[in-house]
Design a protein around this ligand. Structure first.
Ligand code: SF4
Length: 294
């Protein structure tokens, strides 16, 4: 049935094809246009319909408004099914590679391990960090013992982590400040941690969350990238993401969201060409900013 209208139109203008080939081509094109407008849908129409259906199932970019129903500006999309997404990630994450700092925290490491481990992990591969942390804590387990270790010995212990000379100096400085200002203990308050040299919001939040088990959101590049890809947030920097999540994310997920999204980001939702076909939260994701995926 699909070919019938085309055949009928061709038969209606036999003389064009005999004496005016160019006109015949025009007639054929006109016939094709007519068919797509008035008759059974062409494959192109069907593709368009399929794409439309897919768009309907996925949260539309236009409906992912950052305004609540009352019109008040909110830092996140309140319609995003965060509970379901976290549930899916919890179920899938055990099959992925856990990030090294989380591994250390899971092994009941002290806040000092989390603090110095995170410091060493910056711009360094996970495996390298894990071995450097072992060598570092073999020299001493407390700020007091580590503060007495000569700088060259510290450098040698943590080599080849990135910027090992700078990091060795920071470790000594941090240990000295912990002794002088905090009685040899790592503080559990974010503000106090942020005053330590080389400690940014990511490290400080990780220490609060993983070292002390207190509510804090550690936002790194994975958390920032993925929450924006989801269409849950619309933020420009990791700091903006942290503050948006503090307002929107239920507190029960604060500590674990970093684990889940680092694992997702390292294995599936990679910065370039994410593996969306293997993603457990594919149907909830707006894939904002994703131009190429697998
Ligand atoms: S892998 Fe794809 S579908 Fe999954 S969170 Fe990343 S962008 Fe979204």
């Amino acid at each position: 049935m699909e070919g019938f209208p085309l055949c009928r139109a061709s038969f209606a203008r036999p003389s064009y094809s005999a004496s005016f080939p160019a006109a015949s081509n025009l007639a054929s094109k006109a016939t094709m246009r007519s068919r797509s407008k008035t008759n059974t849908p062409s494959s192109r129409d069907q593709n368009t319909t399929t794409r439309s259906r897919a768009r309907e199932q996925r949260p539309s970019k236009k409906t992912r408004s950052q305004r609540s129903r009352t019109g008040a500006k909110v830092p996140c999309n309140e319609t995003f099914p965060i509970d379901t997404v976290i549930e899916r990630l919890r179920a899938a994450a055990p099959t992925w590679n856990a990030p090294v700092v989380t591994l250390m925290a899971k092994q009941n490491r002290s806040p000092l391990h989390v603090l110095l481990g995170c410091l060493l992990s910056l711009r360094t591969k996970d495996e390298t960090t894990a071995q450097a942390v072992e060598r570092l804590f073999a020299l001493g387990e407390t700020p007091e013992t580590l503060a007495r270790v000569p700088l060259k010995t510290l450098e040698k212990a943590i080599y080849p982590v990135g910027f090992y000379r700078t990091k060795a100096r920071r470790i000594r400085e941090i240990c000295r400040l912990l002794l002088e200002q905090h009685g040899g203990q790592v503080p559990s308050q974010l503000e106090a941690l942020l005053e330590l040299p080389g400690v940014g919001r990511k490290t400080a939040n990780l220490v609060v969350a993983k070292g002390f088990g207190l509510p804090a959101i550690c936002v790194d590049t994975h958390v920032h990238r993925i929450t924006n890809r989801w269409g849950y947030l619309r933020t420009r920097t990791p700091v903006e993401t942290e503050f948006a999540l503090r307002k929107c994310l239920p507190e029960e997920y604060w500590i674990e969201i970093n684990d889940l999204l680092v694992a997702l980001g390292q294995t599936i939702c990679k910065p370039i060409s994410p593996r969306c076909s293997a993603c457990p939260v594919h149907e909830f994701c707006a894939r904002r900013g994703v131009h190429r995926s697998r």
